[in-house]
Design a protein around this ligand. Structure first.
Ligand SMILES: *Cc1c(COP(=O)(O)O)cnc(C)c1O
Length: 386
């Protein structure tokens, strides 16, 4: 058999290796000038008037965002059940409760009609996830948040770069938007993330809490009076900073981000062309937007077909994954919220049907064709869909 094709691989090459090497040689191996530069370039890429705060992961960034808007014990935060556990766990870090919400069938993004029914007088915020890199409907989201007086913290771990017909993801007016640079995401620093906001007070608080609750403002004030060793601790903060070698890699990946997206977009188009008529439900995209195509999720007729499909592809050396096991089916969240599958009709049903196929920018045309051939052999052949 040929070498197995993994589900995902990072797209990094000589430019990243050289940038990281230079960063290490510079002597700044923790947070320094390259991290500042990465923040500036990242903010610039999303539009005017934004501030970007580099962090050690998207999980850290989501935690800092909720902390900065004052989420605390007794508060509730609306979170789609169709996400990774990080989105919900950060709510618990702060002693608040995530309230899980079902998703829409087509996009697998949060269902704002169900969310409206789950708003209580304790609800403080909503955390929409741009699933697979498909932006949520920003007009509906803004209406929903305004009507209910809620803050919005966007989990954009899948969505760099992406835009809806009206807004770039991260360029809007949410309290904060958080991107992930984990190894398998659309751009990577190994581990890392970026919090983006238009609100100076959110950026300031996130910068302080990112590094032990040490206030920069106080630090700079003392520095100007000639005591550079002096600093002020204003809160029990965290250790969530990004390092310069990671930022050096991020600066190269940021420059390549749109060309990597275009590669994923062309793989997606090729898949959709090849899979039409096979009896699989294929992913769609919004008109006039830019999908990040972090994931290409197909849906089989039912769970037996899906499981057969995954093993058939695996036997042919093609790696797949399932995004996501909905949170309401995970023991901790199920018991905490007292949820049953019937509380989330769409997510409970679609979980049995979904498969994520390899779609990373470093894939060769040959690898793309190999996935297509394996899918054609397995679906409807080995695994009948009736
Ligand atoms: C990957 C992911 C995260 C967490 O990102 P990290 O950078 O690994 O902390 C959060 N939410 C979603 C939807 C993700 O897929």
């Amino acid at each position: 058999m040929e070498q197995p094709l993994p589900f995902a691989l990072p797209d990094v090459g000589d430019a990243e290796i050289e940038a990281v090497t230079n960063a290490i040689r510079s002597g700044w191996v923790s947070t320094g000038p390259l991290t500042r530069q990465f923040e500036e370039k990242f903010a610039e890429a999303l539009g005017n008037g934004l501030e970007a705060v580099a962090v050690s992961s998207a999980t850290a960034g989501l935690h800092l965002a909720l902390e900065a808007i004052g989420v605390g014990p007794g508060d509730e935060v609306l979170v789609p059940t169709w996400t990774f556990t990080a989105t919900a766990e950060v709510v618990r870090y702060l002693g608040a409760e995530p309230v899980l919400i079902d998703v829409e069938h087509e996009s697998l993004n949060v269902d704002l009609d169900q969310a409206a029914q789950r708003v209580s007088d304790r609800t403080k915020a909503i955390m929409p996830v741009h699933f697979a890199g498909r932006p949520v409907d920003y007009r509906k989201l803004a209406d929903f948040a305004a009507t209910n007086g809620l803050e919005v913290v966007e989990d954009a771990a899948h969505a760099f770069p992406a835009s809806s017909a009206t807004d770039r993801v991260g360029g809007g007016d949410s309290a904060a938007t958080v991107f992930s640079f984990y190894a398998t995401k659309t751009m990577t620093t190994g581990e890392g993330g970026m919090l983006v906001t238009r609100r100076p007070e959110v950026a300031r608080r996130a910068r302080t809490m990112r590094l032990h609750g040490i206030s920069r403002d106080a630090f700079d004030r003392y520095r100007s009076t000639g005591s550079p060793w002096r600093y002020e601790v204003v809160a029990p903060g965290y250790k969530y900073n990004l390092t310069d070698p990671a930022s050096a890699m991020g600066l190269v990946q940021l420059r390549r981000a749109e060309s990597m997206r275009l590669r994923r977009e062309s793989i997606s188009a090729r898949y959709t062309e090849a899979f039409t008529g096979l009896g699989l439900e294929l992913p769609t995209e919004q008109a006039d937007g830019k999908h990040a195509w972090h994931l290409y999720v197909v849906r089989c007729a039912d769970e037996a077909t899906r499981d057969c499909f995954i093993s058939g592809l695996s036997a042919r050396g093609v790696g797949t994954s399932v995004h996501f096991i909905p949170l309401h089916l995970q023991p901790y969240w199920r018991e905490r919220g007292g949820y049953t599958p019937d509380d989330f009709l769409v997510a409970s049903r679609e979980f049995g049907r979904v498969v994520s196929l390899p779609i990373f920018s470093a894939m060769t045309d040959g690898q793309v064709e190999r996935v297509i051939q394996a899918v054609q052999e397995v679906h409807g052949g080995l695994c009948p869909s009736e």
